[in-house]
Structure formats: structure tokens, C-alpha cells
Design a protein around this ligand. Structure first.
Ligand code: NAP
Ligand code: G4F
Length: 340
């Protein structure tokens, strides 16, 4: 019998790559999708025709119980979230509900459907749970690089909500003996990244300028530094965490930091352009509280899971710029939210 996976956040960047990876591994894949006529569901179906869709919303406990009852998954990957950090200041309560309380609702759905009670359950027959934790929980970092033991100091309502979900996942593991793990993932990008995030904003901006569709690119803080990797590599780590003998949390990143300025230089250079002629900095794009730098120490994942990133920063930037040049040359409008 094929193993069965349920993915929340199936219409997002990571949901698509994870679904592809699990289908390749022979899984039956189900995606939880919300909304009555969500246009991102039909976009997802075009790319991932073998994924089955079950309706549900992280805001609605009953819908999650129904989804788990219907799918009877072996593994649940909770990727659904309000994931754009600036939005979390504008809609802090919604972010707490989806990104934070959504984790509680998903864990409760699994607990109720599998009849787990206090004192724990036997490991066999358990639904294994993956929580998409984030390096944003480290926020104002207390040490560099960041490990599984580095203290959290989140700097946004998003980071705070993720920290709640992270501790709750640990707590359900300790309280009920559930196989529940968190991957503390650092920034990971791809041609499927949402256009609001800085890497994709830059790759789309470069492609527009190169094709004569724009004359400038407005950005916020160029000095922030991130540990950027390729999303296709990171979803493999999620899967490996649920195949481990014991439920544990892992930091996933490349261990290398680049600034937004270096990202911009690399992206414009990939299209043969000089960034200084086109980039305009805009104070209104700065954040109320910035995370200045993030850099992973992924030693534990390498040693225990055998996980390694395969795409370098320069390869990632070139991949995204080339993809957006093709997309715009073909006349696609990224505002229609189509994946390349
Ligand atoms: P994404 O592209 O923004 O996707 C977010 C997904 O969440 C979408 O499928 C969205 O569905 C879904 N969602 C939003 N509200 C929901 C609700 N109320 N109920 C159910 N689903 C809902 O995010 P991503 O980059 O793939 O990231 C996946 C996860 O990893 C997120 O939890 C993110 O916070 C976390 N993470 C990401 C990174 C990164 O660098 N990418 C790093 C660390 C952690 P709709 O289409 O219906 O809006
Ligand atoms: O691409 P970003 O919006 O990603 P951010 O805030 O690091 O969050 C992403 O990674 C997290 C993992 O660390 C995830 F948990 C989260 O869900 C999301 O996927 O911004 C990166 C940096 C920031 O320091 C920001 O201030 O780029 C800086 N930046 C400078 N100008 C900009 C811009 N960011 C955006 N989005 N737009 C700009 O114009």
C-alpha cells in the first residue's frame, strides 16, 4: 500500500515542491485547500495533477478533523501559514490565528482522530507530524550561526506565532508521545516563490528592466543578511525528518549568508545589467523591527539525516532570473499568479 501524506499549504511554494518529491517517492498525496473558488487551487492542479484535494482551513477545527478522518494519512506536513513577515504587522491577529493557532488545531485533529490521550500512544500506527518552523524565531540573534539550541527572540508577529507553533509541537511530542517534529528552515527560494518576497521581487524586477517593461526597482533595507537556499532541496529535509527513528527538531540552511545588496548585484549581473543604475531605496519598505542577519548551522541535519543543499546562491539567483526572463518573454503576467 502506498504511504499517504496530507499537506497543508499545498498551493504555496513549498507545498508544490514537497508534493512533487513525495509523488516521486510513491506516496499518495493529498493537499488541504481553503476557500470556495480559490484560484491558486486550479493553478496547483495544472502543475500537480496527481495530487488529490481535500477542503479545509487552518481557522476551522472541524474541517481539519474531517480532512484527517477522510485522508487517513501516515504523515501530515503543516506548511499552511500567513508567511509574509510585513503582513503580520498589518494583520497580527489573523497571523496569530493561522500561523500560530492553526498548529494547535492541526495537532488536535491528529490527536482526536488517532485516539491519542495523555500518557502517550504506541509508536506504531501513529500519524507523523511535520511543523514548518522558521529561522524568523531567532529574530535578533544571540549567536551566529544559529543551531537547534539557540534562544528565540522573534521580531515580528509572524515570528512570535511561529515560536508558539514550535513550542506546541514539542509539547505534543512530550505530552502525548506523538511523532511531531519541527524543521527550523532558513529562507528558501525558487522560481515559484511568491512575488512579495525579496528574491522573487528582485528576479522579476531584473527581468522587467531587461525587457524594457520597467525602469527602476524599489527596495527596502539592502543591508539585511539572510541564508538563502533552494526550496527543492529543503522539502527533502522535511521528508527525511519524518523518516527518522526518533522525533527531533532540525535546523535547515546552507550555513552561508549574503546581504540583500549582494542578492541585487548577482541578479542584475546575471542579466548583464549594472544594478546601481536601477535600484532605488525606499524607507517605506523598511520594517518596524528588522531581523538583521540569519545564518544556519545545519550540522545536525547533515550528521543525522544525511541532508545537504545542492544549489549554490549564485545558481539559485541565475535560475530565478532566467525563469522570470522566460516567463515575461512568453507574455505571462506574474500578477495572474501563474507558476512558471
Ligand atoms: P507560501 O508560499 O506563502 O504558502 C503558504 C500557504 O499557506 C498557501 O498554500 C496558503 O494557501 C496557505 N494558507 C494560508 N492561510 C491558510 C488557512 N487559513 N488555512 C489553510 N491554508 C492556508 O509559503 P511557503 O514559502 O511555501 O512556506 C511554507 C511554510 O514554511 C509556511 O508555513 C512558512 O511560514 C514556512 N517557512 C517558509 C520559509 C521560506 O523561506 N519559504 C522559511 C521558513 C519557514 P492559499 O493559497 O489558500 O492562500
Ligand atoms: O524575502 P523576505 O520578505 O523574507 P523574510 O522576511 O526573511 O521571511 C521569509 O523567510 C523566513 C525564514 O527566515 C520565513 F519564515 C518567512 O515565511 C519568509 O519566507 O525579506 C528578506 C529580507 C528582509 O530583511 C527585508 O527587510 O529582505 C529585506 N528587504 C529589503 N527590501 C525586502 C525588501 N524584503 C521584501 N519582501 N521586499 C523588499 O522590497
Amino acid at each position: 500500500m502506498a504511504r499517504r501524506a496530507l499537506i497543508t499549504g499545498i498551493t504555496g511554494q513549498d507545498g508544490s515542491y514537497l508534493a512533487e518529491h513525495l509523488l516521486e517517492q510513491g506516496y499518495e498525496v493529498w493537499g488541504l485547500a481553503r476557500g470556495q473558488a480559490n484560484p491558486r487551487v486550479s493553478r496547483m492542479r495544472k502543475l500537480l495533477s496527481d495530487v488529490q484535494v481535500v477542503r479545509g482551513d487552518l481557522l476551522d477545527q472541524g474541517s481539519l478533523i474531517s480532512a484527517v478522518e477522510r485522508v487517513q494519512p501516515d504523515e501530515v506536513y503543516n506548511l499552511g501559514a500567513i508567511s509574509f513577515v510585513p503582513m503580520s504587522w498589518e494583520q497580527a491577529e489573523l497571523t496569530a490565528e493561522v500561523t500560530g493557532m492553526g498548529v494547535l488545531r492541526m495537532l488536535e485533529a491528529i490527536r482526536v482522530c488517532s485516539g491519542v490521550s495523555r500518557g502517550g500512544s504506541s509508536a506504531s500506527g501513529q500519524i507523523r507530524f511535520y511543523q514548518a518552523s522558521s529561522s524568523e524565531m531567532f529574530g535578533q540573534v544571540s549567536e551566529t550561526p544559529q543551531t537547534e539550541r539557540t534562544a528565540f527572540h522573534p521580531r515580528s508577529p509572524y515570528g512570535v506565532a511561529k515560536a508558539y507553533g514550535h513550542f506546541l509541537t514539542q509539547n505534543y511530542r512530550e505530552s502525548y508521545g506523538m511523532f511531531a517534529v519541527s524543521g527550523i528552515l532558513f529562507n528558501h527560494e525558487s522560481p515559484r516563490r511568491g512575488a512579495e518576497f525579496v528574491t522573487r521581487k528582485v528576479s522579476l524586477g531584473v527581468a522587467r528592466i531587461k525587457l524594457g517593461l520597467a525602469t527602476e526597482l524599489r527596495l527596502g533595507n539592502l543591508e539585511a543578511r539572510r541564508d538563502w537556499g533552494f526550496a527543492g532541496d529543503y522539502v527533502k529535509a522535511m521528508h527525511l525528518m519524518l523518516q527518522a527513528a526518533n522525533p527531533e527538531d532540525y535546523v535547515i540552511g546552507t550555513g552561508r549568508m549574503k546581504s540583500v545588496r549582494e542578492l541585487v548585484e548577482a541578479a542584475f549581473a546575471a542579466a548583464g545589467l549594472d544594478w546601481e543604475r536601477y535600484v532605488v531605496t525606499d524607507q517605506t519598505l523598511h520594517r518596524p523591527a528588522e531581523v538583521d542577519l540569519l545564518c544556519a548551522d545545519p550540522k545536525k541535519a547533515r550528521a543525522q539525516l544525511g541532508w545537504e543543499p545542492s544549489v549554490s546562491f549564485d545558481e539559485l539567483v541565475a535560475m530565478m532570473v532566467e525563469s522570470d526572463l522566460r516567463l515575461l518573454s512568453d507574455g505571462a503576467d506574474p500578477d495572474d499568479d501563474s507558476w512558471p
